[in-house]
Design a protein around this ligand. Structure first.
Ligand code: SF4
Length: 266
């Protein structure tokens, strides 16, 4: 893994994603190396030619920039993060997300943390300081099956580790949510995921499959789920039908869910 220490020009970016005002991305690149990751577009903007997942740029000056930006920008809600995972392994050493969380809490911003790594529990001391209604912590999950997790998200925590982290956060009265993204047809079992998590989350979110990396998605399916190859070929060539099927699946799921379910379709 190539780790580069870099300096950035700003850290809070305006966004309409998931209903938040800003996103903050402490890293460029992500060693979780998810096969479907659409953040690969960042390579274009950052001059990286190496394979996605093989490098991480650490924004070393992000905390010092944030201290200035929170004074100038309107107080609002922040998604940590949108195009990288804030608790990927590099965070263990660099603690940039930890510092950002601390600054945001001290300045009254609301934060939604979204991760696939149980390292977020390290920062429980800061998470517990947020005022009621100003924090939620979400885990992205696409399958309860460990084989699927290793295939699609080789660098992330296992499903059981994510579940344990959610349980711990819930037991500490920290609002939590579950984000299924992307919904992998024939692989993601929404009912199973809901069954395992609905008692410890406030919201269940489902996102459609972004086909930006359709070649990698098809390659992963061909190698690991040969029976699904034809189905995925149809899906990537006709995403509208995929989205319709997702809406239908969610309609059925809502009938039995004890938590609200939101659907995100890009
Ligand atoms: S955790 Fe998110 S940002 Fe990281 S590789 Fe996976 S999809 Fe991409």
């Amino acid at each position: 893994m190539e780790i580069n220490r870099i300096r950035c020009k700003s850290i809070l970016s305006k966004t309409g994603l998931y209903g938040v005002d800003y996103s903050a991305n402490p890293y460029i690149g992500c060693s979780h190396s998810c096969a479907y990751c659409y953040a690969v577009f960042m390579k274009k903007f950052t001059g990286h030619e190496d394979e996605w997942g093989s490098f991480v740029d650490v924004k070393m000056n992000a905390p010092e920039l944030l201290k200035e930006e929170v004074k100038k920008k309107k107080c609002g809600s922040v998604l940590l993060s949108s195009v990288t995972d804030p608790y990927q392994p590099a965070e263990k050493d660099y603690k940039i997300s930890r510092e950002l969380l601390d600054i945001l809490e001290k300045n009254g911003f609301s934060v939604s943390v979204l991760t696939k790594n149980s390292l977020v529990l390290r920062d429980l001391d800061i998470l517990k300081k947020f005022d009621h209604g100003k924090l939620s912590v979400g885990f992205t999950v696409n399958s309860v099956d460990e084989r699927d997790t290793r295939i699609w998200e080789p660098g992330a925590s296992s499903f059981e580790e994510r579940l344990e982290a959610l349980e711990k956060l819930h037991s500490e009265n920290i609002p939590t949510y579950l984000h299924v993204g992307p919904w992998l047809e024939g692989i993601t079992n929404l009912k199973q995921i809901l069954d395992r998590t609905e008692d410890i989350i406030q919201e269940f979110q489902v996102e459609n499959m972004n086909t930006t990396r359709k070649d990698e998605i098809l390659d992963t399916v061909r190698k690991n789920y040969p029976d699904l190859e034809q189905r995925y070929r149809k899906t990537v060539s006709d995403p509208k039908k995929h989205n319709q099927r997702l809406k239908k699946e969610v309609e059925d799921l809502r009938k039995r869910s004890r938590v609200p379910i939101k659907v995100y379709i890009d």
